[in-house]
Design a protein around this ligand. Sequence first.
Ligand SMILES: *[C@@H]1O[C@H](CO)[C@@H](O)[C@H](O)[C@H]1NC(C)=O
Ligand SMILES: *[C@@H]1O[C@H](CO)[C@@H](O)[C@H](O)[C@H]1NC(C)=O
Length: 80
Amino acid sequence: MKSFTMLFLFSFTKFFTLFDHSLGDDIKFCPRTFTTNDVCANISCGNLALFHWSARSMPHDCVCTAVGSNQSLCTCQIRC
Ligand SMILES: *[C@@H]1O[C@H](CO)[C@@H](O)[C@H](O)[C@H]1NC(C)=O
Ligand SMILES: *[C@@H]1O[C@H](CO)[C@@H](O)[C@H](O)[C@H]1NC(C)=O
């Protein structure tokens, strides 16, 4: 499972690199947030972001912040 995640993240990164080269500076990213009902240690904001927004929004650079004792806030960069 863990190696799958790594492979997934790796191919996702390559996917972005491809876009960066073909579209140059045309893509602008804005920070967006969503909350989850689990602690940061139990989740991957990056993977959840793909479900929360579509892959088209290209969520990346996610940061998880604890909210209370059993919730967390994911902040990601997505296409504006
Ligand atoms: C996080 O995962 C641990 C271990 O699986 C679990 O015991 C705990 O309840 C989880 N936390 C939340 C808030 O679901
Ligand atoms: C968080 O945990 C508290 C205490 O266990 C519980 O009352 C509350 O419903 C939980 N909130 C969420 C969003 O899971």
